[in-house]
Design a protein around this ligand. Structure first.
Ligand SMILES: Cc1cc2nc3c(=O)[nH]c(=O)nc-3n(C[C@H](O)[C@H](O)[C@H](O)COP(=O)(O)O)c2cc1C
Length: 196
């Protein structure tokens, strides 16, 4: 059965590069027979965190925040597309994520990291593992890490060059890992629900 996977990305920069990886991942997951959808924090436009979604009385959360809560709750799993700022995570995506907690829980998450340089944002990926793990997500073990993102896609958004080729090669294992955990978590939620 087709899995419903959200691809979350959160750079607000005007010349942001990671959006190319996010779009490619949506298409690549769709092409494998699952359903993927982009959640672009900049487009969602949540304010800097004041109250979490769950802090609002029922029906009083801002419309965009409430709509995203429903979308997150109904997803089978998540892919976080993460860049690296000063050795850590990007504030736009962290701000979006911090608005929610139960909406993410008991589902798996995979991390795709990237950077302008050769290290592919791995320090940010490590920071995200801690955050997502703290939010009751199972974080998959297969990384997808893209170095030199500025030259890794052609004008049509297709991976190109050595780094692009490596990305294409890495995708099946990355997606298989996430798919396995999605199926496992879904079956367990259906069998016994959440543990608490
Ligand atoms: C504020 C800032 C800090 C950055 N820090 C790092 C860093 O620590 N490590 C790294 O590999 N790249 C760093 N970079 C370069 C980013 O990898 C590159 O700009 C990337 O495209 C950022 O993602 P985005 O374009 O989706 O915003 C930094 C860029 C910015 C704007």
């Amino acid at each position: 059965m087709s899995r419903d996977i959200l691809v979350l990305y959160g750079s607000y920069r005007r010349d942001r590069q990671g959006i190319k990886l996010a779009h490619w991942l949506v298409d690549a997951i769709d092409a494998r027979g699952d359903h993927a959808e982009l959640i672009d924090a900049k487009a969602v436009g949540l304010p800097i965190l004041d109250q979490r979604h769950s802090d609002y009385p029922p029906g009083e959360a801002p419309a965009a925040m409430a709509a995203l809560a429903v979308r997150l709750e109904n997803a089978d799993g998540f892919i976080f597309v993460v860049g690296e700022y000063n050795g850590g995570l990007q504030p736009g995506l962290k701000n979006l994520v911090d608005h929610y907690l139960p909406e993410f829980a008991w589902r798996p998450a995979a991390i795709a990291s990237y950077s302008a340089g050769p290290f592919a944002g791995v320090r940010s990926a490590t920071a995200w593992r801690t955050t997502l793990g703290a939010m009751a997500m199972v974080v998959t073990s297969t990384p997808l890490s893209l170095a030199r993102i500025g030259a890794a896609f052609d004008a049509d958004g297709k991976p190109t060059g050595e780094d692009g080729t490596r990305l294409i090669r890495a995708l099946p294992r990355f997606a298989d890992d996430l798919g396995w955990w999605i199926d496992a978590a879904k079956a367990q939620r259906a069998r016994v629900g959440a543990p608490f």
